[in-house]
Design a protein around this ligand. Sequence first.
Ligand SMILES: Nc1ncnc2c1ncn2[C@@H]1O[C@H](COP(=O)(O)OP(=O)(O)OP(=O)(O)O)[C@@H](O)[C@H]1O
Length: 623
Amino acid sequence: MADDSLDGLELKEEAWWAHDAEVTASGLFTMLRRLPALIRDVLVLSWRTSRVDTVVMMGSTLVSEIFTAIGLLATTDVLTQLFSAVPTPERLAAAVPGIAAVVGAAVLRSAFREAGQWARDRLDPLLMQTVHNRMVRLTTGVELVAFDDPVFHDQMQRTSMTAVRGPSMLLWAVMSTLSGFIGLGAISGALGVLHPVLLPLILLSAVPSTWASVRVARVNYQVTAGIAAARRRQGTLQDLMTERPAAAEIRSYTMRSYLLAEFARIYRWVTRYELRAVRRQQVAGIWGSLFGGLATGLVYGALGLLLWTGQVHLAVAATAVLAIQRAGSATSQALHGVNRAYEAGLFYEDYVHFCADAEARAEVSGNTAPPAEPDRVRVEGIDFTYPAADTPALTGVSIRIEPGEIVALVGENGSGKTTLAKVIGGLYLPDAGTVTWGGVDERRIDRSALRERIAVIAQDFTHWPLTAGQNIAIGRHDSGESLDAALTASGADAVVERLPYGLETMLDPSYKGGTELSGGQWQRIAVARGLYRDAPLLICDEPTASLDARSEHAIFESIRRHAVQRTVLMITHRLASVRWADRIYVLEHGKVVEEGTHVSLMERSGIYAEMFTLQSRAYTEEG
Ligand SMILES: Nc1ncnc2c1ncn2[C@@H]1O[C@H](COP(=O)(O)OP(=O)(O)OP(=O)(O)O)[C@@H](O)[C@H]1O
């Protein structure tokens, strides 16, 4: 199976294949060795999730299997009475207490089984909830830079795809194993009482079906692991074809037939893979049944021999027939459970690894409160390299921002402006160098509290599928402040006026009553969001890229007014709008290459002067 390749899908690179190789290589004994640790882990998780359900599930399983043994012993008693050499009415009368015990044991066994099942059914969603919540909590708590790391992404995707079910699958398998072994123990105890040779005979009869179930389970895991990458690709394609964002482009670029063919190609591969697995499972099943039948025949033959040679009583032999059937299913249940537990354990380990990795990547934060008033921000000699990049995005960058200033970052595409703004905004920690707020190193400051003091109008701001009002008040939902000032300053008031339900309008047309905004209208909402946050430092990254000339002018005027009591860090390619900045930093290839006011930079006749002249010439020549 591991030989199969899916052209172009780079399946071999998937971490799933590591598990695949592991499960293929590991025998039953490896599974048995790893099982105790897995059982302990999942039971601890289950105990933490619901103590009552864990106790009910374990207790009921144990007790129900004890009633299996009691029922078997009572059956022998009934049969002994029925086969005794006395008149029939007396035989029946003597068997009545035994029959009552058999019925009672059967009823109690079922009742406890049901109770165990009920507790397990309750635990299932509770465990999923615990695991899911933990995953989301951990994911939202990692350093932002983790999202730029493909390793973290792969791990997260894989974990969210299957590992969330891991613990409940594992618990299910563990309980199935326990109930199988307890049942087997109970039956063995009962058989040992009847005749010592019966037990090994019964264990022998279960070997072929056990082998088959182990094999079937292993193939199952191989299939899940083997098709995981293809399924993810399929899911991505399906989302692209069925969701709104790509719908227009699929049509305008006539991509439909390409996407459909790709989807069908992957589906064919997945189905072929699954069908091949089904064939292997069927073959294993057939061999298991064949040898299982032979082994059972041998056991019955041996039992007949014992009966014939007078070593067991007819009543004991009859009970043994019942026990053979029960023990066979208990053995294969136990061993199948072991195999499933191992299989589920691999998924569970993915989850455990993910959690450990996410904890290691958790945001570091100091506990010093950030300065209450706008204060000097100093960036000194910082370097920063993205995890997936070969070259640094920032090298030895130093800048300062004084309270109440407007500071501008300019430079060509990819020169490092957004990265620098994110470092200043406390989103990325520099690899070297320091960022200080009022003289305090950012690493010593409580980062959540620091972010409360910063408003960011991001270049790639989020179009939240929420109402217009919620889109503006995001992060300050319960401030109770009126939105009016931010609406007017950003020009978003004109946008909201035209919405069917005003601020209550859902800004997502895929929801009932929802609508969509134009790029420039969205941008005004984003500016309103930044102004409404009313933080001492406002970071604007291309706040007017989609705006018409009049709106752009109005927004820059608003930001200037906003800066009277606050500090503004502005990134823009519209150089006419940075003329009035207190200081301008020009970046190139991640380094600050020029610094000064508009006037001093123009006098210097460097990069800034060149860019400014090019832009103004374009306007004057075309205008
Ligand atoms: N997540 C990332 N992973 C790897 N490299 C990145 C990532 N984000 C940005 N980069 C790289 O870092 C460099 C700086 O990018 P940045 O976005 O800071 O530039 P910018 O000056 O803001 O550009 P623009 O004017 O186009 O917005 C670029 O070379 C870019 O390719």
